[in-house]
Write a protein that binds this ligand. Structure first.
Ligand SMILES: Nc1ncnc2c1ncn2[C@@H]1O[C@H](COP(=O)(O)OP(=O)(O)OP(=O)(O)O)[C@@H](O)[C@H]1O
Ligand SMILES: [Mg+2]
Length: 339
């Protein structure tokens, strides 16, 4: 067996984002994909970073359970204090912004381990096939929709992703808004693959065009997932608009409708074509592993940190945030975390 093949077997942790227009089906398809991964026995961290916080209910939580989920946005100081660990370049949680990159002394997080961030922010959700960890940003306010917000809700998720390293066959699935905050902060570059959910409409594909534009310079792997597709004409439309970026399409799902009525059938009863489409998402996800480049990943977080430091972070914190960057540090599977 070649060295590459061995590495591939050992480390298949993938970070996946679902983005798209409001109402396109981001939450629905994220939740189905999470169920698909869990049914296959994979460890999954599910993150709800969408403006409309619906991932919990889509994973079967009732209203009371969903409301009781701890909001990451309200636990930012705890998250920051854990992640900065003993990193001498980051002297306080107050000077740690959403783009502050890890360096020597920082604590890294893994999908499977217990850690204080999961203790505070993650809750187990039982699905057919096993439990997943669910984390939610918490409800958004007007201030969260600004570009440079210090208290940004998605900032907690970005910090988590920037400190995350790999274990075998693990998945982090983020249900996310394709908003200006994710472009300004660099959040959109944090994924191995981004699924842009699009209905076969002009509005659906216009979000794709905007995303593609941002993604172009950063090597973001972007695939369009058609949703609520009713026939060959819908598929032709999507194909003519997005070309080969169209990965797969989902039709209307009675399974989803039943789940929304609070009567979820067993997951294995999901319609065959939709089930196969989920398989295609997983295959496309796993295939991007070959493109994984930790140096580029680290370089990009530094790039966006400098950008945020200059545009608002230095002024807001009263510190020179460029000094938080550890020039010798590259995030990766072999980086050892301090206790
Ligand atoms: N393939 C499908 N089959 C049946 N219903 C679907 C399907 N996809 C989405 N829906 C329904 O469409 C509605 C919107 O879907 P969803 O909430 O997943 O979209 P969203 O992009 O997450 O929206 P928001 O921007 O509000 O977060 C929901 O009621 C959902 O159940
Ligand atoms: Mg949603």
């Amino acid at each position: 067996m070649t060295r590459k093949a061995i590495t591939r077997l050992l480390f298949v942790n993938m970070k996946i984002a679902f983005v798209g227009k409001g109402g396109s089906g981001k939450t629905t398809l994220s939740s189905l994909f999470i169920r698909h991964l869990a049914a296959g026995g994979a460890p999954v961290v599910a993150v709800d970073a969408d403006i409309n916080q619906h991932l919990g209910p889509a994973l079967g939580l009732d209203e009371r359970e969903a409301e009781a989920l701890p909001a990451m946005g309200e636990r930012l100081s705890l998250i920051k204090d854990h992640l900065r660990g003993h990193n001498p370049r980051i002297t306080s949680a107050a000077t740690m912004i959403k783009t502050t990159p890890p360096g020597a002394g920082s604590r890294l997080v893994r999908v499977r381990e217990p850690n204080p961030v999961y203790d505070a922010c993650a809750r187990p959700v039982e699905l057919d096939g096993g439990a997943v960890r669910l984390m939610v940003t918490g409800p958004f306010t007007d201030a969260d929709l600004g570009v440079s917000c210090y208290h940004s809700k998605t900032g907690a998720v970005e910090l988590f992703l920037n400190h995350l390293v790999d274990g075998p066959d693990e998945y982090v699935v983020v249900d996310m808004t394709a908003g200006s905050d994710s472009f300004a902060s660099g959040m959109f570059t944090r994924f191995d693959i981004t699924f842009l959910v699009a209905e076969p409409t002009r509005k659906g594909v216009s979000v794709y065009r905007q995303y593609k534009e941002y993604a172009r310079d950063f090597g973001v792997a972007l695939k369009v997932v058609g949703n609520k597709v009713q026939g060959p004409e819908d598929i032709d439309f999507l194909h003519s608009e997005v070309g080969d970026d169209l990965l797969v399409t989902f039709g209307h799902s009675d399974w989803v409708r039943a789940m929304e009525k609070g009567r979820p059938p067993r997951f294995e009863l999901l319609e065959d074509p939709n089930s196969r489409a989920l398989g295609a998402l997983k295959e496309a996800t796993d295939a991007t592993y070959e493109l994984r480049d930790w140096e580029r990943y680290t370089r990009q977080m530094v790039h966006f940190h400098l950008k945020n430091a200059l545009s608002w972070g230095n002024e807001r914190t009263g510190a020179d945030l460029a000094s938080q960057i550890d020039p010798g540090f590259v995030l990766g599977e072999e980086v050892a975390a301090p206790a």
